[in-house]
Write a protein that binds this ligand. Sequence first.
Ligand code: ATP
Length: 361
Amino acid sequence: MTNPLRIALLPGDGIGKEVVAVGKALLETLRSRRGLPLELTTLDLGADRFLRDGATFPEADQRFVRDECDAVLLGAIGDPRVPSLDYARDILFGLRFGLDLYCNVRPVVCLADSLMPLAGKRAEHCNMVVFRENTEGIYVNVGGNFKKGTPDEVAINEDVNTRKGVERVIRAAFGFAKQHGRKRVHMSDKSNAMSYAHGLWQRTFKEIAVEFPEIEAKHVYVDALCLQMVRAPESYDVIVTNNLFGDIVTDLGAALQGGLGMASSANVRPDDARWTNVRSRCRGMFEPVHGSAPDIAGKDLANPLATVLTVGMMLTHLGFEGEEAKLTQLVKDAVAAGMTTRDLGGDKKTSEVGRWIIERA
Ligand code: ATP
């Protein structure tokens, strides 16, 4: 018998629990109906756990994920009962940084004409994939305050960019483009203002592009990218950018997909020892782009389709070819059938949409 692949489910907070419940039921169905060799373990991490015993991401859980799991499916972290973001940082960055998951892959794909918010555009005009650098930039939390709380206060956050960090994500973007027959890679930065940090991005991008002559390599300033994503999203195929800009442009991208409830993502580390010193069985954490959405949490209103798409990305990562395409088609079918939650203009509950998908999976 094939060794089972172990998936850690991390529902987390707010609507994360509701959408991961759908993801879990979907995975259980695929296991029983199609024999996918999956073993699921739910991790008790998030605000409830933190409020109960002060634990954020204990060493034992970190070890379990790193050494005994093949992937993590995460819902969302964030709870208004815990104003400090420290516990969320411990969990999210513990996974992203701890496992060195340096590529945050975010498809910005509109799956139905009815979801496209731009006049004169159809779904086919929005089909890009953003590679967001996931382990450096402004998120390393290097900085500090000086004369805090006084009128002379100084506040600094450093934007950290290393040659290795920049090169590996740019290579991954070109590699993805080549593997998937994508024609163009745009690198987006603000090198006209951040000449040192983004000068490194510019130089590295040009060097790597030479190795991929079949792929058109283009540069776009991030402000121009935001403008152009709205005016002509069809201009983009694969985009590679830094951690902060990737975060921002993919929220804009989510609006082109029908909203945050439709945006999936993968945090992955391609299997290449040249680019990381981390050795771990787990090389992927998968999460819908949205947060915990406290305003709708616990009301069965969350759109679970981003999670269904995210499960698809995870199954591809685990080597189950074909499952992602089937799940993507089911999401399209659900939208076409009006089987949608309020954010997409429908009147269905999270659980109803989940059941509909699972019955057909
Ligand atoms: P974070 O800071 O963790 O990214 P946030 O509060 O900035 O979270 P989200 O929680 O992702 O943002 O979402 C913003 C709003 O979008 C939510 O308050 C909610 O109204 C809506 N939203 C997000 N995700 C979904 C979803 N899956 N289904 C329906 N509505 C959603």
